[in-house]
Design a protein. Structure first.
Length: 420
């Protein structure tokens, strides 16, 4: 199976597809799947979604995803993506559990595992921020200026679910890098081109602690990331005689940048299609009853996990219905470029029929539009008022955005290196 891996898409879906089609032609080969490691930024259906896109005003443009959403264009390759820190967050929240963002373009969810042929692909959307990690998913569209910058921060609840995966994962995706991954590659060459990374590498703050925990637990043969706008490879040996993880981070889609890599992975013969994963559906069913919707700190450490009954239940359901994801459905009007501004604004949360169908299949309640904390087991939540999350008034004091770092470098605030 030949899989193309893309770093940060940043709105260049058309260019990535055309590059791969050209590659197929000149090398007489076939690409089976495209994977994008976040900052997809293209899942903007119409002008309503621009309001939930956390980018500077000059980057807020329709680009071309709306053509794929409307059906005017169809993705030439099955495409799987995770979210980063530049996304149409209102749309991805509709598809929290994963689903088709457009025909042949599948969002893996805030956390998720799916199968493509016999290859298991897992992923974690968003980036790590310690201040929000132990909170629940409290943000609801339309987002205020604080929530639009926290909705994409990784939450412990989603990581905890991924930590329950026992069956082997072949490929794992995260937007930001696992912290400490630079120990396993040529970090000196990295800081030669990205000098402002050196301090964070020394302080072991470059990357995501949550991703590092998942790397240590899951030990997949392949791990792909993006976010830091550079190519970096590493080889992680898990223990003296343990398995090896090949780590690769890629750049954003720009001319002359290393944003795309094709890897060949051993698999059964095709044709291949995206399917739900039995173990992940069992984990989803088991933990949805404690889906935290709170601003308070959520403690998950003492949960008792027994997935065997859920596995059999899910297996029986899949035997009856099959493992194919539910069909794509539009939830916003199609964008009309000849009449900008004509789509209007639809405030609040839109229920996506794909998500409703999946929850009905799993016999779970719909909670994504809830503002109540009643679905959370109260013994998991601290009632200490001192543990209530602070607001994000000082969010701008932390630079989590590599685009912003690069812009600061242009005016001499930081030294972003030779390749900027």
């Amino acid at each position: 199976m030949k899989i193309a891996v893309e770093g940060c898409m940043h709105g260049d879906l058309d260019n990535v597809y055309s590059t791969l089609l050209h590659l197929e032609k000149v090398e007489n080969t076939k690409i089976d799947l495209l994977i994008c490691c976040g900052d997809f930024q293209q899942a903007v259906r119409n002008e309503t979604d621009l309001e939930s896109l956390n980018v500077k005003a000059k980057y807020r443009s329709m680009n071309s995803f709306w053509k794929y959403y409307s059906g005017e264009e169809v993705a030439p390759f099955p495409t799987i993506f995770i979210g980063g820190n530049h996304e149409a967050s209102n749309y991805l929240w509709e598809l929290y559990y994963g689903g088709w963002a457009a025909p042949n373009i599948f969002f893996l969810g805030f956390a998720g595992v799916i199968k493509f042929g016999n290859i298991r692909i897992g992923g974690l959307s968003g980036i790590y921020n310690a201040r929000h990690y132990n909170l629940g998913h409290y943000e609801r569209p339309p987002y205020n200026e604080n929530d639009i910058r926290s909705i994409y921060h990784v939450r412990e609840y989603d990581v905890y679910k991924l930590m329950q995966v026992e069956e082997p994962i072949d490929i794992f995706l995260s937007h930001d890098w696992p912290v400490g991954i630079t120990d396993y590659g040529n970090w000196k060459e990295l800081v030669r081109f990205k000098p402002f990374f050196e301090k964070e590498i020394e302080e072991r703050t470059l990357g995501s602690k949550a991703a590092a925990d998942l790397l240590d637990k899951l030990k997949p043969p392949y791990w792909f990331s993006a976010h830091l706008h550079c190519k970096f490879a590493a080889l992680v040996q898990h223990g003296e005689d343990g398995p090896v993880t090949k780590f690769l981070a890629l750049d954003k889609c720009l001319p002359g940048r290393k944003f795309l890599q094709v890897v060949e992975i051993e698999s059964k013969p095709g044709p291949y299609e995206i399917q739900y994963d039995e173990e992940w559906l069992a984990i989803t069913k088991n933990f949805n009853c404690i889906f935290p919707l709170t601003r308070r700190l959520v403690h998950l450490g003492n949960l008792q996990v027994n997935l065997q009954d859920y596995r059999q239940w899910v297996r029986d359901k899949i035997k009856t219905r099959g493992a194919k994801p539910f069909d794509f459905t539009r939830t916003l009007p199609i964008y009309d470029p000849s009449c900008p501004g004509s789509n209007g604004s639809i405030p609040g949360h839109q229920r996506n029929p794909q998500t409703e169908s999946l929850l009905k299949f799993l016999e779970l309640p719909y909670v994504l539009d809830s503002t109540s904390e009643s679905n959370v087991l109260m013994h998991l939540i601290s009632a200490d008022a001192n543990e209530v999350a602070l607001n994000d008034e000082n969010e701008d004091a932390e630079i989590e955005d590599v685009d912003e770092m690069e812009e600061l470098a242009e005016v001499g605030v930081v030294d972003a290196g030779n390749d900027q």
